[in-house]
Every structure is written in structure tokens, then in C-alpha cells.
Design a protein. Structure first.
Length: 245
């Protein structure tokens, strides 16, 4: 199989990444419905709907804003097209987080709501990243040139770090680790917070392997967002460190 993988069906070239994105949303949501049906959710159905709406709006805005900021210099070339096509899961996750918190303030919901979404989010990201991997250098999820044994030709004839493949392996480990943790953890909201800290920490490190071109103080836009996420959860981090001691 060649990468980028662009299958032709009935004379039409399929965008495998777009198809897997739709599949990720569908399977992720169905998995969420399954988990909710088999859980003792303390949040009412109506409040859950408002929370999901807040998450969706926040994720949409966050994904687009951070996507543009990741390569702001590209705005000078076809700015409208770039605005429409720029998106990143990192901005979507953090924007969704802010959207949820705002929605909860509006409706007066006090309970943590993220745990039930955590595993479905991981499953959705995993499916989406398969699409990123299959798109090769057509998606900015490839790494720098490397002589590392896992280096792959992702479509441009150069051996590169397969960043998307690294992430797939990480997500498998994270899924089972958090699933096991959720069975013995009693603190509401902790599973989602550990997911955010772990995933954003992983992505911070992976950015050093990507051929980024825009930096602020030597860090990419995604790395600055990762630091922002960790600062957002600073109280939880200190609490977890104190508990560990």
C-alpha cells in the first residue's frame, strides 16, 4: 500500500482522512451512549445536552483558531481557504474544555462531566489518526527527516518520523491505563484531567520531531497550548503530587 493512500472507487478518488473523521465522530458518540447507559450519571439528560452543545461549539472555535495560529504566515496566501481548512485536535480539545466550563456555569451544573467523555474521545482520536497516517505528507502530522529505525517514506521520498503512528501506539496505552484507573478511582473528573495532562504532555514532546516553521520563544503554537493546558490544571497537578507523596 502506497502512502498517501488515496483509493479510487467508481472513478472517484476518496478522501480517506475525511471518511475516517466521520467514522470517528460516529463510533465515539455511540461508545459514549453505551457508557452513559451503563453508568450512574449524576448529571441530568438535559444538562448533558447543554454540556455537549458547549463542547461542540468550543471545539469548533478552538480547532479553527489554533489551526490558524499554528501556521499564521499562510494567511497571506489564500486567507479564506486557509481559514476554512485549518483545524487541529489540540485546539478542539482545549476549546471544548472551555466550552463545557462556560456551559456548566450558565446552567449551574456543579458536577464534573468529563470522565464519561474520556474513553470515547480517545477512540475518536485514534480513528482520526489512522486517517492522518494514511494521508502521509498531505497532512501536517508527519515528522522531520530521520535515520531512526521507524523512519518511513510518507509520500515525499524522505524517511521521516511517522508522528501519527507514534500517537496511535500512545493512545492504545493511554486508553487501557485510564480504563483501569477509572475502575478504582473515586474522584469525579480525575480521569478526564489525567487524559488531558497525559495527551497534551505527549503532544508537547512530539512537536520537537515535527518540521514546524513558526515559533514563539523557541516553542511551536501547539507547545504553547500544551503549557497553557498544564497551567489550567495546576491545582489538580499539585493535589496529585501531594497525594502521591
Amino acid at each position: 500500500m502506497d502512502i498517501p493512500f488515496e483509493p479510487i472507487v467508481a472513478g472517484y478518488k476518496l478522501n480517506i482522512h475525511l471518511l475516517l473523521e466521520y467514522l470517528a465522530f460516529f463510533i465515539g458518540y455511540r461508545y459514549y451512549v453505551y457508557l452513559k447507559r451503563n453508568s450512574n450519571d449524576v448529571i441530568t439528560t438535559s444538562n448533558r445536552l447543554y454540556i455537549i452543545l458547549g463542547a461542540a461549539i468550543g471545539a469548533l472555535l478552538g480547532s479553527r483558531i489554533v489551526g490558524v495560529l499554528e501556521h499564521p504566515l499562510a494567511l497571506s496566501n489564500q486567507p479564506l481557504l486557509y481559514l476554512l481548512n485549518s483545524k487541529t485536535i489540540m485546539g478542539g480539545l482545549f476549546g471544548g474544555l472551555l466550552g463545557v466550563e462556560l456551559a456548566k456555569k450558565i446552567i449551574g451544573e456543579k458536577h464534573s462531566s468529563g470522565d464519561l467523555f474520556t474513553l470515547p474521545i480517545i477512540v475518536g482520536i485514534f480513528i482520526g489518526r489512522i486517517g492522518c497516517f494514511l494521508m502521509g505528507t498531505n497532512e501536517f502530522t508527519y515528522g522531520k527527516e530521520t535515520v531512526f529505525f521507524m523512519g518511513m517514506d510518507l509520500g515525499d521520498g524522505i524517511l521521516r518520523h511517522p508522528i501519527a503512528l507514534y500517537e496511535l501506539l500512545f493512545l492504545i496505552l493511554l486508553f487501557f491505563a485510564l480504563k483501569a484507573f477509572s475502575k478504582r478511582n473515586t474522584e469525579n473528573g480525575a480521569v478526564f484531567k489525567y487524559f488531558m495532562l497525559a495527551y497534551f504532555g505527549f503532544r508537547f514532546l512530539m512537536e520537537f520531531l515535527k518540521p514546524n516553521q513558526f515559533f514563539i520563544l523557541g516553542l511551536s503554537t501547539i507547545q504553547i497550548l500544551c503549557i497553557t493546558c498544564w497551567l489550567y490544571y495546576y491545582k489538580f497537578i499539585f493535589k496529585a503530587m501531594k497525594h502521591a507523596r
